[in-house]
Design a protein around this ligand. Structure first.
Ligand SMILES: [Zn+2]
Length: 303
């Protein structure tokens, strides 16, 4: 029997999720960098699934006990034998009533589950909308031009020649569909980055803001495309060089050396975990201190 005077656990989880997302959108950027919101959504979906499975396992809800109370039985002095007979009759009637009233006992949990997923989808949409209003697209033209010039100068240092970095606002070449944060022609002089990567780089270089692992990823992507422009074709080698160059790049854009190293090491670890889906982007086991891919064989720090 469900207690209707208290909210269900699922309701409490949903209220908590809405509050967390509101805080994430309105709160300090520290929270944004510290809390991976997509992980929060993943946990929320997991909880919804758990509530659904729990509700389906529990089966149809028990009807309230309408049998005579013991106190009444005592007062009106029913004979025990007669009483038991009455109870059996009542039970049979009740079973029939339950079946008639609830032809699909599993439907309400499913409906609640769909409702929960709908709420999560709405919150994801809200965050996506806020991001598009506050992201790279929200910067004015001259600011974006200035930022792209800075990214080009940094890429040119790594490439060893004059190269240009463009932020692909139209997403014609880069983005989720192409499965890439950036694209470059090997040995060429032009690379494209997604607006998200550009914005993370912009925040670091111009606003002194870091967004945790996203900043690390943005540095690695810019360095990666710069190494392609330099002429490196092999993806694993390119990424290994990029994570090493990313340290100096990060420092030049405003990070402390220890933070820059920590971010690049994190990228190296994530690269190994990501591996299975994109084997060609995976750095080889040779990407370590003192190997042939070590750009600074004398140094002890890696990357
Ligand atoms: Zn590549």
């Amino acid at each position: 029997m469900e207690d209707l005077t208290w909210p269900r656990p699922a309701t409490l989880v949903r209220i908590g999720l809405v509050a967390l997302v509101a805080l994430w959108i309105l709160g300090p950027s520290m929270l944004r960098s510290a809390l991976p919101i997509w992980l929060v959504f993943l946990v929320a979906v997991g909880l919804e699934v758990q509530f659904l499975v729990g509700a389906l396992r529990a089966g149809p809800q028990q009807a309230p006990d309408r049998r005579p109370q013991q106190v009444d039985l005592d007062r009106y002095g029913f004979e025990p034998d007669e009483d038991e007979l009455d109870e059996d009759d009542l039970d049979d009637d009740q079973d029939e009533l339950e079946v008639a009233a609830e032809p699909h006992p599993f439907l309400p949990p499913v409906r609640r589950f769909v409702l929960g997923l709908g709420l999560i989808a709405a919150l994801v949409l809200a965050i996506w909308l806020v991001d598009s209003r506050t992201g790279w697209d929200s910067l004015d033209g001259p600011t974006r031009g200035k930022a792209a010039a800075r990214f080009s100068a940094e890429a040119s240092r790594i490439a060893g020649k004059e190269v240009s970095i463009y932020c692909d606002e139209s997403r014609d070449y880069v983005g989720a569909v192409q499965h890439a944060d950036g694209v470059a022609v090997v040995g060429g002089d032009l690379a494209l980055l997604t607006p998200e990567i550009c914005h993370d780089l912009y925040r670091l270089a111009f606003d002194d803001e870091t967004t945790g692992a996203r900043t690390g990823r943005a540095l690695a992507v810019l360095a990666h495309e710069a190494w392609h422009l330099r002429g490196e074709r092999d993806e694993g080698t390119t990424e290994c060089y990029a994570l090493q160059s990313g340290v100096e790049l990060g420092v030049r854009l405003g990070l402390s050396e220890s933070t820059a190293r920590q971010l690049m090491r994190q990228q190296l670890t994530e690269n190994a975990l990501r591996g299975a889906g994109s084997i060609e982007y995976r750095v080889s086991s040779e990407c370590r201190n003192g190997s042939r891919l070590d750009l600074d064989p004398e140094g002890t720090a890696f990357p």
